[in-house]
Ligand binder design. Structure first.
Ligand code: IPE
Ligand code: IPE
Ligand code: MG
Length: 252
């Protein structure tokens, strides 16, 4: 069911940036050229989310399953992440963006881990957009690492198993302290989750775009925001229970 409340901005936008390889193939280019071209829409989304005062933006850059790709593609992606961080971090910091990486960083190169730590450290005190880059991230891995943390606390006697509720569990996940993802965008035409935010997107509105990621532009992002604004978010209630505007489109 839809309703016309176009100005509601999601607090947390998550994006699966898919379609770089096909974008490059359509131009007779190497897949790595598609990944490079994908940096422009990343900048655009950060700018637009900042301008609209979105609290958090989480970008899926490399999944735990993407390690299965040919070694050359993985190497070129990892190189691109290092280059992009080196080039963008000063401007992100100047725009008060607070950067955090989510994922199994132990699987990343020492070089990349050092850049990540430096970026988090440098921007950690910023009060602007909360930007999460998901790298070597999988939703199942995230839930498992949370379960392991909590199990260790229980084993040491610091935590009672009965004390583990949704809040406590969420506090052990990679996105601890952030609101749930409210709008999940996936470009590239596929309509699947591909092991992204399994816990945090439990009630996200899903927007699937046929655009390949390098072609994702402001108009398409606006279309996704308009789509979000038009949804009646019921969280299990009936639509009669949800007065227009009562929930403010917010995750309770
Ligand atoms: C998304 O684009 C980027 C990553 C997964 C790293 P793809 O590389 O998956 O592009 P397609 O889906 O093959 O076109
Ligand atoms: C999802 O895209 C992961 C990222 C965009 C980083 P994939 O291209 O890896 O997803 P599948 O394999 O088509 O599901
Ligand atoms: Mg893909």
């Amino acid at each position: 069911m839809t309703r016309a409340v176009p100005n509601i901005v999601p607090r947390h936008v998550a994006i699966t940036m898919d379609g770089n390889g096909r974008w490059a193939a359509a131009r007779g280019l190497a897949r790595s050229a598609g990944h490079k071209a994908g940096l422009d829409p990343v900048r655009m989304c950060i700018q637009e989310c900042t301008r609209r005062e979105v609290t958090a933006l989480t970008l899926f850059a490399f999944s735990s399953e993407n390690w299965r790709r040919p070694v050359e593609e993985v190497a070129s992606l990892m190189g691109l992440f290092v280059e992009a961080l080196d080039r963008e971090i000063a401007e992100l910091h100047a725009n008060r963006v607070r950067v955090r990486f989510i994922g199994d960083r132990r699987t990343l190169s020492v070089r990349l881990q050092a850049r990540i730590a430096a970026a988090e450290e440098r921007t950690g005190g910023n009060d602007g957009l909360r930007l999460q880059i998901a790298m070597s991230y999988g939703g199942r891995w995230d839930i498992l690492q949370a379960a392991q943390k909590l199990a260790k606390e229980c084993a040491s006697g610091a935590l009672r198993p009965e004390a583990i509720d949704e809040q406590r569990f969420a506090a052990s996940l990679q996105l601890a302290g952030l609101p749930d993802a409210e709008l999940l965008i996936r470009t590239g035409g596929e309509q699947r989750i591909s092991n992204f935010l399994l816990w945090n997107a439990a009630y996200a509105e899903l927007y699937f775009s046929d655009r390949l990621w390098p072609d994702f532009d402001v108009a398409e992002l606006e279309a996704a925001f308009a789509f979000f604004g038009s949804r009646q978010r019921r969280f299990g209630r009936t639509s009669e229970q949800v007065e227009p505007g009562a929930s403010g489109g917010r995750t309770p």
